[in-house]
Design a protein around this ligand. Sequence first.
Ligand code: NAP
Length: 196
Amino acid sequence: MDLYVGESQRATNARDRRLLRDRRRGGPGGRRPRRPGGAAAGVFHVGPVAETGPQQWRDMFAVNVIGLLVVTRAALPHLRRGTAPAVVTISSMSGRRVPTAAGGVYSATKHAVHAIGDGLRLELRDERVRVTTIAPGFVRTAILDDWPDGPLRDRYSERMDSVGLDPDTVADAVVHVLGLPAGVAVAEYAGTAVCQ
Ligand SMILES: NC(=O)c1ccc[n+]([C@@H]2O[C@H](COP(=O)([O-])OP(=O)(O)OC[C@H]3O[C@@H](n4cnc5c(N)ncnc54)[C@H](OP(=O)(O)O)[C@@H]3O)[C@@H](O)[C@H]2O)c1
């Protein structure tokens, strides 16, 4: 069962896709399927609370938080049928601290993603489902593409270009976590470019 949406879906290269496929099958030649499920869809709006509004806040909570819950709940019956089931969610370094004054609400959604990941880890541990929250810093993706032109977009684009991770690095982190022994639970995997 593959539920990678968004970044990891696009970033996962052919080698990683092969690795994931082999691991889902229990390794090359393996017979029993492994079951990773992942939720990565997200939206990113920034701006001070005084200058943003309910539509942007709702969008972010709807996709980043409720979307994650809906996808994860739908995946659970499938995950339970496999060996070494795992849930990987894509949060952000913004789920660990509030990075800027303009990033408070996005950061609130990602703090929620961390909390949901930890809750799921406890909820599912008796069923041996591993739950990992991935927390990358800036990653060079299309996440700013819908932003209106202006100084805010210029500032974030420049920052993303200068300190953003290659998306393949995030895909590698997912592959790494899924490749660990089935008895190992990595609760959080956080990483940024050294220069961020
Ligand atoms: N880029 C970064 O610097 C960065 C850093 C830390 C964490 N993250 C997180 O990484 C994840 C992936 O983001 P990204 O950087 O890869 O951004 P992206 O290129 O904009 O990808 C976002 C993905 O979310 C999907 N999505 C957005 N709204 C949706 C909706 N209403 N329903 C279903 N899918 C929806 C998009 O689907 P469509 O393509 O169909 O619109 C797209 O596949 C997000 O959770 C983001 O918060 C990103």
